[in-house]
Design a protein around this ligand. Structure first.
Ligand code: ZN
Length: 462
């Protein structure tokens, strides 16, 4: 009877441990590898994320593609069967894998049947330790990376980038402020030695986190200690500081996007003031509020824009809030006026308490269904690694609950009191202007023809 009670308790407690998504079995192996293991609710499957702490931000403009190129290179094969042979091994295990290089990290993403989880992890370990780089593999990887970046970087594209025509408004502003590289990074000049160096300096267990979520093998911890525990730690390399604003940019600019059209985009971008507490939650809520305020004014009240939006974006070490609206070109000045009124109204009256509370409760409620299934949970841990402490991730619902109207108002005022940057994107010519230009050109041709005929007639009569 006592046994049965124990089984019942165990069965009863398992779903609650699995359900509390913020509680995770997290520990570090002696070689510094951080492990996060979480039993999930979905059976028969595991989601694996290996996060390596090296990203695009760790390199200068010219060498930015190094970690991305290395990521591709690591899939080029662990033996004579090459890239194809490696992929066939994964297929035989019934899993799928991919990798992503972001500003902050390089992450290997794997979905696999639970029964093969150790074999899949073996294959990942082989990829990390046994991949041999030769020049052919490096060249093949360079081609793939170049294609992913939109093909060969042509002289025209480089020229457009230098003329500010190749960037979107927020990217363009980031370039102006010195937060982003002005041109696309190239791969041609990167060498095998540089790649080996990146691998040696950053692909070390003390710079990695392994996340496994799902139907966990009972032997997984012992297996990981035996296998991944053998990786050798290195002296850590410091991440270079993120760029801060070091140049000034014009308050207002018009950028060309395309040649002909009647559309236009209006953006007001402003750096987020850094808050001591709950920076992200406060600005997330403020973003929701501004998003709704824009929708009410730009779409419902004035029918100027179909999908206006507030966005948050980070460039280098600086976060930006932006208010954006897609418009008709002729409505630009009215839209600017509405935007100014919206800002002035907020500064004068503050946030509406009822709206703020409704949107805050909605954001909290969203947390109950925002992360579903093993894979989404693994992705969530990956995105929130900075919030992991003592076996727990911070609970966003609690953090959101903690943001008061007063704090949000203070942040809003600090944000709105800045002049910010106005960016307008329009095509070079409107449809009407094009019609007039064509008409003008045709008229000119007719004039030339008439003049030519008159001239010939005059010569004949002479
Ligand atoms: Zn890629």
């Amino acid at each position: 009877m006592r046994c049965l009670l124990f089984v019942c308790l165990l069965l009863g407690s398992f779903p609650s441990f699995a359900l509390d998504r913020f509680q995770v079995e997290g520990y570090t192996l002696p070689n510094g590898l951080q492990l996060l293991l979480k039993p999930g609710i979905d059976r028969g499957h595991v989601a694996i994320r290996l996060v390596v702490g090296v990203g695009l931000d760790d390199f200068d403009c010219a060498d930015k593609e190094l970690p991305h190129l290395l990521e591709h290179l690591l899939f080029s094969g662990i033996d004579a069967t090459g890239e194809g042979g490696l992929e066939e091994r994964m297929q035989a295990l019934g899993g799928e894998w991919n990798a992503y290089t972001s500003n902050a990290d390089t992450t290997f993403v794997i979905e696999a049947p639970a029964k093969n989880q150790r074999k899949v992890l073996d294959l990942l370990l082989a990829l990390l330790t046994q991949t041999h780089f030769d020049d052919n593999a490096v060249n093949a990887a360079k081609q793939v990376v170049e294609r992913e970046d939109g093909g060969h970087y042509s002289h025209l594209q480089r020229w457009l980038d230098r003329q500010d025509l190749g960037h979107t408004a927020s990217n363009q502003l980031a370039v102006e402020l010195g937060l982003k590289c002005p041109e696309r990074a190239e791969v041609d000049h990167l060498t095998r030695e540089q790649l080996e160096q990146v691998r040696k300096a950053w692909y070390a267990p003390n710079n990695m986190t392994l996340i496994v979520v799902g139907d966990l093998d009972r032997l997984l911890p012992a297996y990981l200690e035996r296998s991944y525990g053998e990786l050798e730690a290195v002296d850590p390399t410091d991440h270079p500081p993120l760029p801060e604003i070091k140049a000034t940019a014009a308050h207002e600019r018009t950028l060309s996007n395309g040649l002909v059209g009647n559309g236009a985009k209006l953006h007001w971008l402003v750096p987020e003031p850094v808050l001591e507490d709950q920076h992200d939650e406060t600005f997330d809520l403020l973003k929701d509020y501004l998003d709704w305020a824009l929708y009410r004014q730009m779409r419902l009240a004035h029918s100027l824009s179909y999908g206006p939006s507030a966005e948050r974006e980070v460039f280098g070490g600086v976060g930006f809030m932006s208010l954006n609206a897609d418009l008709e070109r002729d409505d630009l000045s009215q839209a600017k006026q509405v935007l100014e009124e919206l800002k002035a109204g907020l500064l004068k009256d503050g946030l509406n308490a009822e709206t703020f509370n409704r949107l805050k409760q909605a954001a909290i409620a969203r947390q109950t269904w925002a992360v579903q299934g093993n894979s989404a949970l693994a992705d969530y841990y990956w995105s929130a690694l900075g919030d992991f402490q003592d076996g727990r991730f911070a609970n966003p619902a609690k953090e959101l609950q903690g943001v008061t109207l007063e704090e949000a108002n203070k942040a809003m005022r600090e944000l709105m009191l800045q002049p910010g940057y106005l960016r307008i994107e329009t095509p070079l010519m409107s449809d009407d202007e094009l019609v007039w230009a064509i008409a003008g050109l045709l008229g000119l041709i007719v004039l030339v023809l008439v003049a030519w005929r008159l001239h010939r007639k005059a010569r004949r009569t002479l």
